[in-house]
Design a protein around this ligand. Structure first.
Ligand SMILES: [Zn+2]
Length: 201
């Protein structure tokens, strides 16, 4: 953004001492522009030992495999956004009530927060390749090569963790903070829910 949406004057970056950070401010009308992280929502859809993946048709990571995910829209809950992205990219209908929180990932460097849910199927649902994908498929762990999996370097052993949980059918909720550079390790905290406290699930 270069110009003020209120008065059309060019905006500038200013240090706001009381907030301890720089923001874009219009020097003419005084309007402050707040930029905040965006929210990505996605689904880990699994059936047996396989997970549903899309080969991305767009940058970043074009040609690489990833779970269906995208930006949360205004007016949506996190679960609704994750279900919509899954439908758009793979044709798979997931009920928001069936989604279980799986991970929350802080991605400071790219100013995003990613929230993913998991949902299991007992038989493989019909899939359809969405317009933002080159290919959609259920894949087992051995069918996913390290080089072809998007975000793998920054996500550490996320993929192995998920398949391990899938095999044991015991899932945690993961709070992850990605390093701000490729060399940084990602921080990882796992929460377990006591199954006796949510027996209705
Ligand atoms: Zn202005």
């Amino acid at each position: 953004m270069k110009y003020c949406s209120e008065c059309g004057h060019s905006i500038e970056r200013r240090w706001i001492a009381e907030q301890g950070r720089e923001r874009y401010v219009c020097p003419s009308c005084g309007l402050t522009y707040y930029t905040n992280p965006r929210v990505i929502v996605g689904c880990l859809v699994y059936c047996g030992a396989k997970i549903l993946l899309c080969r991305r048709a767009q940058e970043p990571a074009r040609g690489q495999w990833a779970i269906p995910a995208g930006f949360l829209e205004c007016g949506e809950t996190l679960e609704e956004g994750a279900a919509r992205e899954t439908l758009e990219e793979t044709g798979v209908v997931v009920a928001t009530g069936d989604l279980h929180l799986y991970s929350v990932v802080n991605m400071i460097a790219i100013e995003q927060v990613a929230v993913s849910f998991r949902v299991g199927f007992t038989s493989e649902p019909m899939i359809r390749c969405g317009s933002e994908c080159l290919e959609v498929a259920f894949k087992a762990e051995h069918e996913i090569s390290q080089e072809n999996f998007a975000w793998l370097r920054s996500m550490g052993d996320a993929q192995q963790r998920f398949f391990r949980e899938l095999r044991s059918n015991e899932f945690g909720i993961h709070m992850v903070t990605l390093g701000t550079t490729q060399a940084d390790q990602c921080g990882w905290r796992e929460y377990k829910i006591d199954s006796t406290t949510n027996a209705k699930d």
